[in-house]
Design a protein around this ligand. Structure first.
Ligand code: SF4
Length: 323
């Protein structure tokens, strides 16, 4: 078993919304609700679920870009929420994030070379020649001609901009990268190129990734282990191969059934999507939050939330069908 790099313990991130009524009780969104899992050194943990299930909030909380309501996020044994300013700066060097929309995450007024130099300068590198050499090396690494470093973000295509987003994440030689819907805004053919780039970098530098996406086919392709989220909770997690062979939670089954026609593994075409809409996270259904959409719902499902139980080594499921 690989060494654990990140441990998330009983993590909660809740947001309190202002009430519409004077003196009314504010609503609370439980975006991340009591999650416990770990990430091992060098693995690619895919986190999948429909929009609004809390996966991006989870990624940002792990990076300490969001507050936590409770729980712990231990990186190499230290809780990132206990880090002082100086330690937090060192942590940010180790752990980087690639966002969905490279256009809004890259300052449109800055040239690409300046955008890439920024993290190095923040972390104390002052030698201009050294900075320039690093920029050239990383631009080549991500497949962008270093001669283009004088261009602005809008002068690149969407796929190239995402490569620049990845380049910026690589500038500080991180060991852990969170990709938050990093390919979701791209065309399918460009998606494949960016995913292959991420996999090549993983092979070369042995990065640890958390790869967040709503598209199970993409997550299945890139990940070594998968965690399925629904309304702020983990409903199933297992090694990728195990989950592909045996997806036990009805929500995971529905996601697999919703695979598009171009399934890379040649599985039969299936067009069924998850029935119904995702309920509001403000007031999720009682018991198992999935029960209004579940074809197997029983009485107990409406009353009690099922515990996340290990059904075989490393395979955990939260469903009363698998007690
Ligand atoms: Fe369906 Fe019940 Fe399992 Fe929830 S606990 S997924 S409602 S069978």
């Amino acid at each position: 078993m690989k060494e654990t790099l990140l441990e998330v313990k009983n993590l909660k991130t809740f947001f309190t919304l202002k009430s519409d009524k004077i003196g009314g009780t504010p609503d609370v969104v439980k975006a991340v609700n009591d999650l416990t899992f770990d990430v091992r050194k060098g693995e690619i943990l895919g986190i999948v679920g429909e929009s609004g299930c809390g996966k991006s909030t989870l990624g940002k909380t792990i990076m300490r870009l969001n507050h936590k309501t409770d729980g712990e996020v231990l990186y190499d044994g230290s809780d990132i929420f206990d880090l002082e300013k100086k330690e937090l700066k060192a942590f940010r060097k180790q752990m980087q994030m690639v966002f969905q929309d490279p256009f809004s995450s890259l300052n449109p007024r800055k040239k690409v070379g300046d955008l890439l130099a920024q993290p190095l300068k923040i972390h104390g590198m002052t030698d201009k020649a050294e900075i320039d050499t690093k920029i050239n090396q990383i631009m080549e690494e991500v497949g962008i001609n270093p001669a283009y470093k004088g261009r602005f973000p809008h002068q690149f295509s969407g796929g190239q901009r995402q490569r620049i987003g990845i380049a910026r994440a690589l500038m500080l030689n991180p060991e852990f990268i969170i990709c938050d819907e990093a390919v979701s805004a791209l065309d399918v053919s460009i998606q494949a190129q960016v995913i292959n780039l991420l996999l090549d970098l993983h092979d070369k530098y042995k990065f640890t990734y958390i790869f967040i996406a709503h598209d199970l086919a993409v997550v299945e392709f890139i990940s070594t282990r998968i965690l399925v989220m629904y309304l702020g909770k983990i409903v199933e997690t297992a090694d990728k191969n195990e989950l592909v062979e045996q997806h036990l939670h009805p929500y995971t089954q529905a996601l697999f059934n919703a695979f598009p026609v171009t399934d890379p593994k040649g599985r039969e075409k299936k067009e069924q999507v998850v029935m119904g809409d995702v309920p509001s996270p403000i007031n999720p259904p009682s018991g198992c939050h999935f029960h209004p959409r579940c074809p197997h719902a029983m009485d107990i499902c409406k009353q009690e939330y099922p515990p996340l139980k290990e059904v075989s080594p490393g395979h955990r499921v939260a469903c009363w069908l698998h007690k």
